[in-house]
Design a protein around this ligand. Structure first.
Ligand code: UFG
Length: 332
């Protein structure tokens, strides 16, 4: 089925951070969006008001959504915490691999052949060189990355045998916000939102997990990509998927910033001193992760517009400060 504005699309996990921004952009571009989310980690308020929202298990809710002239599926619903995946791998293999396999079978039964799959840099593990291209070895160092990589093998074979047209997008460090949709998790582990919580006065200081890595200032280097640019890539992927083909793209800015550089940028943007203290390394953190997104630029025509670190932090800060205002308003 051709995908054009007006088409019905399913967004699983559309109450989560990246899923809700993509759902918002899809609504803005005129798509008819149904979000399925069990709200285990997502926020109901992040689902755009124009979307139809179904609260519940993806596999229970998907058949009727897929049967309703659905032209494409954007599959975000997943477990996505590295540390948790090491402690409770069963939750990850079932929640990510088994659920996606069953969703693919439901799509096949309903004749829906267009998929965009939310994946991760964790598929590569510890790289030998950067920037990381899609041809480099995939050696995930935790169950989270292993589940996402396994799903790619399933998708590749379904594309070849059953005519699925699919794209897997391997995100590097997603950050920033889009208006009133941003990072707002019950349990936060990501650097930028944690640093901004210090600036908001919700935390006393930020811990820097290790300053003895082989990098210029000793702290880990990551490639931060704006969530709004990421949403563009999803649309470009869905509108160019070809039946029988599975494409894989890395999505990053191609620039690396150390933990200290991120904290400095947050200080500049917020005007807050943001106390920081060096703490031991976090298990499993690679020293440097930088993407090559050359393939996405060449094949999808992807042009990130907002992925410089200052804009990312500025947008995240506007969102975080707004959250504080909204919480304050709600208490009055
Ligand atoms: N960090 C700190 N202090 C904190 C939080 C993070 O120093 O309080 C550091 C981390 O050690 C890391 C960097 O900040 O060096 C970024 O950490 P994040 O937790 O924000 O992000 P990660 O790079 O660990 O994780 C990202 C994605 C994951 C993906 C992983 C691939 O969020 O989904 O990259 O390695 F699995």
């Amino acid at each position: 089925m051709t995908l054009t504005p007006g088409s019905h699309v399913l967004v699983t996990g559309g109450a989560g951070y990246v899923g809700s921004v993509c759902a918002t952009v899809l609504c803005e571009q005129g798509y008819r969006v149904t979000v399925i989310d069990d709200l285990s980690t997502g926020n109901r308020a992040a689902v755009p008001s124009e979307a139809t929202f179904v609260e519940g298990d993806v596999l229970d809710a998907a058949p009727s959504v897929l049967a309703d002239d659905c032209a494409a599926v954007f599959h975000f619903a997943a477990k996505s915490l590295v540390g948790e995946s090491v402690e409770t791998p069963a939750k990850y293999w079932h929640g990510n691999v088994v659920t996606t396999l069953q969703l693919l079978d439901l799509m096949r039964a309903a004749g829906v052949d267009n998929l965009v799959f939310s994946s991760t840099a964790a598929c590569y593990g510890e790289p030998e060189t950067v920037p990381i291209t899609e041809e480099m070895p995939t050696r995930p160092t935790n169950p989270y990355g292993a589940t996402k990589l396994s799903i790619d093998a399933i998708i590749t074979s379904y594309a070849a045998a059953y005519g699925l047209g699919a794209t897997s997008l391997r995100y590097f460090n997603v950050a920033g916000a889009y208006g009133e949709v941003g990072e707002n998790r019950a349990v936060e582990t990501h650097l930028i939102p944690l640093v901004l919580q210090v600036a908001m006065g919700f935390r006393e200081k930020i811990f820097i997990f290790g300053d003895d890595f082989p990098t210029a200032d000793g702290t880990c280097i990551r490639d931060y990509i704006h969530v709004r640019d990421l949403a563009d890539a999803h649309l470009l992927a869905a509108t160019s998927n070809e039946p029988g083909t599975h494409r894989i793209f890395n999505l990053g800015s191609g620039d690396g910033f150390s933990v200290r550089q991120v904290i400095d940028t947050c200080r500049e943007v917020t005007g807050h001193p943001i106390p920081a203290e060096v703490a031991p390394r976090r298990a499993g953190d690679p020293a440097t992760l930088i993407a090559s997104s050359a393939r996405a630029v060449a094949d999808l025509g992807w042009r990130p517009q907002r992925s410089d670190l200052h804009t990312i932090v500025q947008d995240a800060w506007s969102f975080t400060a707004g959250l504080g205002d909204r919480a304050h308003a709600a208490r009055r």
